[in-house]
Write a protein that binds this ligand. Structure first.
Ligand code: SAH
Ligand code: SF4
Ligand code: F3S
Length: 475
């Protein structure tokens, strides 16, 4: 006998649209039982890739009839899109998952799902199977496009559904997306990572690098622009290797040139470029561009050549400094930001001195500073000389202090200037103010009407308050 699943189309995305229709019937039945439209809450941990994935999950949930809500408290469906880059991200998921147990007792029709990077780890799945048996659905990073199919299955089958793929070469286009902001959007230009920095788990949980065809990217951005988007953020773990696995001959710089031509698009951002292969071509394309924002996030990780070698980063202190100098020379108004890890195995005080030297010399506009987290299965986890917690704390504070000092100095440089601001949010503390971003990614608070949200407007930067500006609209 043919089952529903056998009748489903085999090609994607048609197959998933078929399951969305089936799923919608289950959601309708659920609505009758509950007496209200079932609500759902998507919680994102981790990076912008995950944030974008969550918009895809939300797009499907909305399409099958759920009402998206912000508070997990009242949700009939809760999904955690997880991150495992550092252990504290994992601990937060376990903590919140524990708290959901009681909620599910009160609302037995409630469903709990987990997806994202953490789920690609065998030990995590074992732990959930053992200690969190009330989870309904688990899937990973490679089959997120199958969400509608898996959700349908969880309505039709008893017990915990687990579907994790080890890797994939598939890219499924054209599934629904529910964007968080109407005027800006992330766009995946590639998936996975081949760099295997020795501390990092991402290549193991996101699989091998694969780029999307440039015409698919351009088509998606054109649609977004028609839909009101003025700023895009191109996403990839190392955008500099964009195009390497495509038949089409194209570099990341070439892709940027194509995107620049899209009429109506006003701002282009991207993350993350790896310093080892940031080309002169890219610097030149940025220099002459009218749309690429004056911001480069260029993770240095460490300033010590020896540590960089152990990290498998393929550049030295000197080559990074030279690159930063070249960028500042070619594009003087650019902000350079970075990521720094403190406490990598074997890191001495002298290595941290090197990092501090790099911070002072490059004058980073801001930096995310992380304490090294040991990730099982990565080469660094097996390295001897793991640094003691106490020592790491001391070095971390030195780095943080230096970062803050340098950033404050850079930040105040624009005081008195007029700059274009994209207004993104109503200010958290004062609803008569809007919060926006400069091209160089600095934050500005301005007294302005909410009708300016999503618009790019010239603003006078009146005062620098350390990590942000207070601005005034021009009359
Ligand atoms: N692909 C990007 C970064 C992805 S992860 C890049 O190469 O720059 C984001 C940041 O998390 C990294 O830049 C790094 O600073 C930090 N990170 C990654 N693994 C880590 C670990 N095991 N411990 C602490 N920080 C880590
Ligand atoms: Fe991790 Fe390195 Fe890949 Fe970035 S480039 S995701 S740090 S392995
Ligand atoms: Fe975390 Fe996965 Fe991003 S591990 S940082 S969510 S790619």
């Amino acid at each position: 006998m043919l089952t529903i699943r056998d009748m489903a189309p085999v090609t994607e995305p048609e197959r998933q649209y078929y399951f969305m229709d089936l799923c919608a019937e289950h959601v309708k039945k659920l609505a009758d039982q509950l007496g209200h439209t079932p609500t759902c809450c998507v919680t994102t941990f981790g990076c912008q890739m995950n944030a974008r994935d969550s918009e895809k999950l939300a797009g499907i949930l909305e399409r099958v009839g759920y009402q998206l809500i912000e508070e997990e408290e009242n949700a009939d469906f809760v999904i955690y899109n997880t991150c495992t880059v550092r252990d504290n991200a994992n601990q937060r998921v376990y903590g919140r998952l524990g708290a959901l147990k009681n909620k599910k007792k009160k609302n037995p029709k409630m469903k709990i799902a987990l997806c994202g990077c953490m789920m690609q780890e065998d030990a995590v799945i074992e732990k959930i199977k053992k200690s969190y048996r009330y989870v309904d659905l688990i899937f990973g990073t490679h089959n997120i496009f199958k969400f509608a199919e898996l959700l349908t299955a969880s309505f039709e089958e008893e017990g915990m559904i687990i579907d994790i793929w080890k890797d994939t070469d598939k890219i499924v286009e054209d599934l629904p997306v529910e964007r968080k902001y109407s005027f800006k959007s992330g766009i995946n230009i590639m998936f996975g990572c081949n760099n295997f920095c020795s501390y990092c788990i991402v290549p193991y949980v996101r699989g091998r690098e694969r780029s999307r065809a440039s015409q698919d990217i351009v088509r998606e951005i054109k649609q977004l622009v028609e839909d009101g988007v003025v700023e895009v953020m191109l996403l990839g773990q190392n955008v500099n290797s964009y195009g390497k696995n495509l038949e089409e001959q194209i570099t990341f710089a070439g892709l940027l040139e194509k995107i620049e031509e899209i009429e109506g698009l006003e701002r282009i951002r991207f993350m993350t470029p790896h310093p080892k292969d940031l080309s002169d071509e890219l610097i030149q394309v940025m220099k002459k561009s009218k749309k690429i924002c004056r911001h480069l996030h260029l993770p240095v990780q460490s300033g010590s050549t020896e540590i960089l070698k152990k990290m498998n980063r393929h550049y030295t202190k000197e080559s990074y400094l030279e690159l930063a100098k070249k960028i500042r020379q070619e594009i003087p108004d650019i902000a350079i930001t970075t990521d720094i890890i403190v406490g990598f195995p074997g890191e001495s005080k002298a290595d941290v001195d090197d990092t501090i030297e790099v911070i002072r010399e490059v004058e980073f506009d801001s930096a995310f500073t992380f304490i090294y987290s040991k990730r099982t299965g990565t080469p660094a986890a097996a390295m001897e000389e793991q640094v003691s917690e106490e020592e790491v704390k001391e070095q971390f504070n030195r780095v943080l202090e230096c970062v803050q000092e340098v950033a404050a100095k850079r930040m105040s440089m624009l005081t008195g200037e007029v700059q274009e601001v994209l207004f993104e949010e109503i200010n958290d503390h004062d609803s008569t103010m809007l919060t926006g971003k400069l091209s160089n990614n600095a934050t500005v608070h301005v007294k302005a009407e909410p009708c300016l949200l999503g618009r790019i407007v010239p603003v006078k930067l009146v005062e620098c308050k350390g990590f942000y500006y207070i601005g005034e609209l021009l009359q």
